[in-house]
Design a protein around this ligand. Structure first.
Ligand SMILES: Cc1cc2nc3c(=O)[nH]c(=O)nc-3n(C[C@H](O)[C@H](O)[C@H](O)COP(=O)(O)O)c2cc1C
Length: 209
């Protein structure tokens, strides 16, 4: 088994993994349009749109239909709560996320409700729910930017997260804004760069290792 894995790796090294900004095969427009922007317009997100985002997450598939996701959201109109989530972010995220009118702390329950055993799929399921939420946001003209760069322990303490749950990702959400208003050239360049992905030949197989 190890030998076979090695062969695969050597083949990959011999053939450098290519990225492309092109869609290789037809996909849904919303998948093509979605991107993790950093520039936000100075415009609040309407409550009915916030509700639709969570409705999209609600219908995500999950292991044993456990739906282990829990979302704590705060708008800028709730400065105390918004700041508590914002304060958990790493500095590299704070510099642009400060303009986001909506922040969400996405958590997952660590164990199955039905038997209290560890749920090995909980983060996976949360990721699926976040993906649906992001696609719904794209349809509503909103941008979602997920961030793993935040202090989990701080979130646990300042937001009183119970031991049964873990904070997994923070999402900055809002309407796309003016790229020129981003605080530095590096962020402006990243915002305008073509999104790139490895081509399918590097992650799709039709034969065993
Ligand atoms: C779990 C997760 C954690 C991420 N953490 C960060 C982060 O801390 N800071 C950041 O700027 N982007 C973060 N991102 C965004 C990714 O960098 C982004 O999705 C990736 O570069 C692809 O770009 P796209 O979403 O525009 O297609 C994160 C995305 C995910 C899914």
């Amino acid at each position: 088994m190890i030998k076979k894995d090695l062969t695969f790796m050597i083949e990959s090294i011999a053939q450098p993994m290519k990225k492309s900004g092109e869609v290789e095969f037809p996909v849904n427009q919303l998948i093509q349009q979605r991107r993790s922007r950093r520039a936000y317009a100075d415009k609040p997100v309407e409550l009915e749109k916030i509700n639709s985002l969570f409705e999209a997450a609600r219908w995500a598939p999950s292991s044993s239909n456990e739906q282990p996701w829990v979302y704590l959201y705060a708008t800028k109109e709730q400065p105390d709560l918004w700041n508590k989530i914002f304060d958990t972010l790493e500095i590299g995220n704070k510099i642009w996320a400060e303009k986001a009118p909506l922040l969400i702390l996405a958590m997952n329950r660590k164990t199955f409700l039905r038997n209290d055993k560890p749920n090995g799929s909980a983060r996976f399921d949360l990721g699926a729910a976040n993906a649906l939420l992001s696609i719904q946001a794209t349809e509503l003209g909103l941008n979602v930017h997920q961030m793993g760069g935040f202090e989990r322990q701080k979130a646990i303490e300042t937001l009183n997260i119970p031991e049964t749950h873990e904070p997994t990702v923070v999402m900055a959400i809002g309407y796309p804004g003016d790229v020129e208003e981003l605080p530095n050239d590096n962020l402006k360049e990243r915002e305008l760069a073509v999104r790139q992905r490895y081509t399918q030949e590097f992650f799709v197989m039709n034969k065993s290792f």
